[in-house]
Ligand binder design. Sequence first.
Ligand code: SF4
Length: 464
Amino acid sequence: MPQPKTFAIRTFGCQMNEHDSERLAGLFVSEGMVEEEDFTSADVVIFNTCTIRENADLKLYSALGQLKAEKERRPDMQIAVGGCMAQKDRGEILERASWVDVVFGTHNLAQAPALLRRASLEGAIVDVWDAPDPEAARDMAPALYAVRELPWAAWMTIQTGCDNTCAYCIVPSVRGEEISRPFDDLLSEGRMLAKSGVTEITVLGQNVNSYGRDITRRRPLFADLLRALGEIEGIERIRFTSPHPKDLRPETIAAMAETVAVCPQLHLPLQSGSDRVLTAMRRGYSAERYLQRLADARAGIDDLHVTTDLIVGFPGETESEFEETLAVVAEADFDSAYTFVFSPREGTRAADMAPDFVDDDIVANRFVRLKEVLDRCALRHHEAREGLVEEVLVEGISRRNDLMLSGRTRQGKLIHFPVTEATLRPGALAMVRVTHGAPYHLLGELESVQRAPRHKIRLPLMSS
Ligand code: SF4
């Protein structure tokens, strides 16, 4: 009996890419292939690329460089490059790495297995679509076929692309316009996931709260989707990323407050606290309007955990504008934040603002000062949880201490607690009393076990 072919996927970038890689793995597994970790021994290696960060290019080409000798040693081995950088750079990838067999884009991910078969007969192929085939985009292979990292938790892509035009962002040009998946498809996918034992769904999109805007018949709102997913039996936790502050509607806040399964967690990217910078970024809101939306969300949803994204050193950012950001961040009092140093991406408006680029030393200094404000807020939020009993979805043995278990509270906070209950397995739900709030995590003690894991070990279906 011939050994099944093996494949290995390396993912760069965001959760959308992580989920695309899960779906890619599902496609290759449904072709009878076996996934493996070791790149140098896999028959097929796929790079699912990102183009958001400056050194994304460097990472990819150094990884491809490492495989050159292996490809010479095993000419039948195949290498494919997909994702946002492939969508942007296309044939240039073959010019820089001629040992690559296939380059595919963000709109034709499902073609990867077929393109690799063709390349084994015809030679290297670059097949990148300029725009998604709406039907293909709409009837995206359900997450059910995805090879998920956590059997009890699933990502669900509800929308591809983005209609916004933020000056620093390359996403609209590599992922195209917003296309929402049909409402009923998402509900049936949610039910299938629940049947397979998934208890937590994270809804994904570049701008989730504009979901449905492109659907003409019976146009659903994002709020409707949250409520409907919340009615699916077995789904206990619903999270979502990423919403845009200008599209945060009262209906969404009400749906979050009134749908038990929707977790009290909101990621609301601010990016800057200066109105002049926000305008230059083309974000579509002012700092005051952002703070008002945040206040509405906090007023409407109990115990809301709020995180954000912040860019330091956007072209032209002055010291006083940066201080405006510090003031808004202090007022917003975030639970935590992802902070980025501005890096120009070719093909974006901001990349043409070179004369206004801020000096690296100044940016580094501002980055440290911003972190100080954020860390103070984060620690205060964590200390405020001390003594509370949190519902925790257990993820497994702590990476830092194998006498501890780790999990996430409903707010999404990371918590570690001693293993006192041998039967407590990943995917289980437990009640944990918080004993200590640290800057980036909580510590606790197990109070009780709510329920055992529900997920079933699943064998992928062979696709027709
Ligand atoms: S909302 Fe702005 S930052 Fe987010 S994906 Fe769209 S263009 Fe990029």
